[in-house]
Design a protein around this ligand. Structure first.
Ligand SMILES: NC(=O)c1ccc[n+]([C@@H]2O[C@H](COP(=O)([O-])OP(=O)(O)OC[C@H]3O[C@@H](n4cnc5c(N)ncnc54)[C@H](O)[C@@H]3O)[C@@H](O)[C@H]2O)c1
Ligand SMILES: CC(C)[C@H](C(=O)O)[C@@H](O)C(=O)O
Ligand SMILES: [Mg+2]
Length: 374
């Protein structure tokens, strides 16, 4: 992409989705000002909100907006109305799965790192987590989420089929190997190959691909052990490759290392489309309270800027987030004593982008807004 004008589809979704996406928009406006690029935003309905308004969790119009855009910025979907009703046939999550499938977003990349000033926010010990830096590559459009499913009419049994083909595995495996080449040359495949045929297919496929990446050491770990190792000794991992459901579960687990799931971004990448979303959900208990951490959405926006080849802006955005965190400009999940609202944290980050390099502005001493008790 060589221009400086981009069409962005914005899907705020449900719960805290709209609040955190709105902070990402604030930050993008700052990026426009400083980096002389333009974003044209088109909004789409998605999830529970879309079901309530149209009966469909992913209306055709939303899908069209996404397909016509350079990138999609997504908040979160999900609502207790559906979470608490196993009988509901139409569900918000179906919209997200359909969108991922329709856009061919086969690779979900979930980076995880620790911040020096947040080390003590994790329930895990400093010496265990300090310096952790992991990239999780989660397959996103196959496996048990997309296999045949059935509930018998009497409600006595149900099944969800987990199916993988080599075609589903090869593209994301290459992506993960390439990333490993750029980093510590170590790739860990998380699977359950002692039990599952699909996991054995993953192993065989990855072993064949490994020949093309002689510098990368490929190793394997069963998912049950991986769940334990991630909190016992996370620094043993660098790039992780795994199937859809294992990736979903272990990435939420891994977020504990960083101090809050509200910090973890993701990029969902396909051949022609890309979507950027926090790894967390709609956190319905927090909706409208101004307590949600916007950083996961803002860092997802940084990943979007990288994808759009606005690298300088992406780097600046990440520095702005680091600056906010180092200066304890954080939401309540990261500091229960002194904390700021979702919008205050977003404004602080946006202002850093706008003013930090202007000589007349002593940003180090600035305090924006007031500590908010939420
Ligand atoms: N990608 C998505 O849209 C997505 C992802 C996960 C869950 N969901 C949906 O979200 C709904 C709620 O699911 P859940 O409660 O299992 O997961 P969740 O991620 O919404 O919340 C789990 C917990 O994580 C913390 N949390 C999440 N986001 C946070 C943020 N930005 N700042 C601070 N803390 C945050 C909160 O403590 C919360 O109780 C469900 O309907 C689920 O299907 C959607
Ligand atoms: C909401 C749900 C479908 C989704 C998933 O399981 O992929 C979520 O948990 C995520 O991590 O993005
Ligand atoms: Mg999840």
């Amino acid at each position: 992409m060589s221009n400086n004008y981009f069409k962005i589809a914005v899907l705020p979704g449900d719960g805290i989705g709209p609040e955190v996406v709105s902070e990402s928009m604030k930050v993008l406006e700052a990026v426009e000002e400083v980096f002389h690029c333009r974003f044209q935003f088109s909004y789409g309905l998605m999830g529970a909100e879309a079901i309530f308004k149209t009966g469909d969790p992913l209306p055709e119009e939303t899908l069209k907006i996404c397909k016509d855009s350079d990138a999609v910025l997504f908040g979160a979907i999900g609502d207790p109305v559906f979470d608490n009703n196993p009988e509901a046939k139409v569900r918000p999550e179906q919209g997200l799965l359909k969108l991922r499938k329709e856009l061919g977003l086969y690779a979900n990349i979930r980076p995880l790192k620790t911040y020096a000033s947040l080390i003590d926010k994790s329930p895990l010990k400093r010496e265990i987590i300090e310096g952790t830096d992991i990239q999780i590559f989660r397959e996103l459009v196959s496996g048990i989420y997309f296999g045949e499913k059935f509930t018998d009419p009497d409600g006595k049994y149900a099944y969800d089929v987990c199916k993988y083909s080599t075609e589903d595995i090869i593209p994301i495996a290459h992506m993960a190997f390439k990333e490993a080449e750029k980093r510590k040359k170590k790739l860990t495949l998380i699977d359950k190959a002692n039990v599952l045929d699909t996991s054995r297919l993953w192993r065989k496929t990855c072993q064949k691909i490994a020949i093309q990446y002689p510098d990368v050491q490929l190793d394997y770990i069963f998912v049950d052990n991986a769940a334990m190792q991630l909190v016992l000794n996370p620094k043993q991992f660098d790039v992780i490759l795994t199937e859809n459901m294992f990736g979903d579960i272990i990435s939420d687990e891994a977020s504990v290392i960083g101090g809050s799931i509200g910090l973890l971004p993701s990029a969902s990448i396909g051949e022609e489309n890309a979507l950027f979303e926090p790894i967390h959900g709609s956190y319905p208990q927090a909706k409208g309270k101004g307590v949600a951490n916007p950083v996961a959405s803002i860092l997802s926006t940084a990943m979007m800027l990288d994808y759009l080849e606005l690298t300088e802006a992406a780097d600046k955005l990440r520095r702005a987030v680091e600056h906010a965190i180092e200066n304890r400009y954080v939401t309540v999940d990261l500091n229960s004593e002194q904390h700021y609202s979702t919008s205050e944290v977003g404004s602080f980050i946006a202002d850093y982008i706008k003013y930090s390099e202007k000589s007349y502005y002593n940003f180090e001493n600035i305090k924006i807004g007031k500590s908010t008790i939420v």
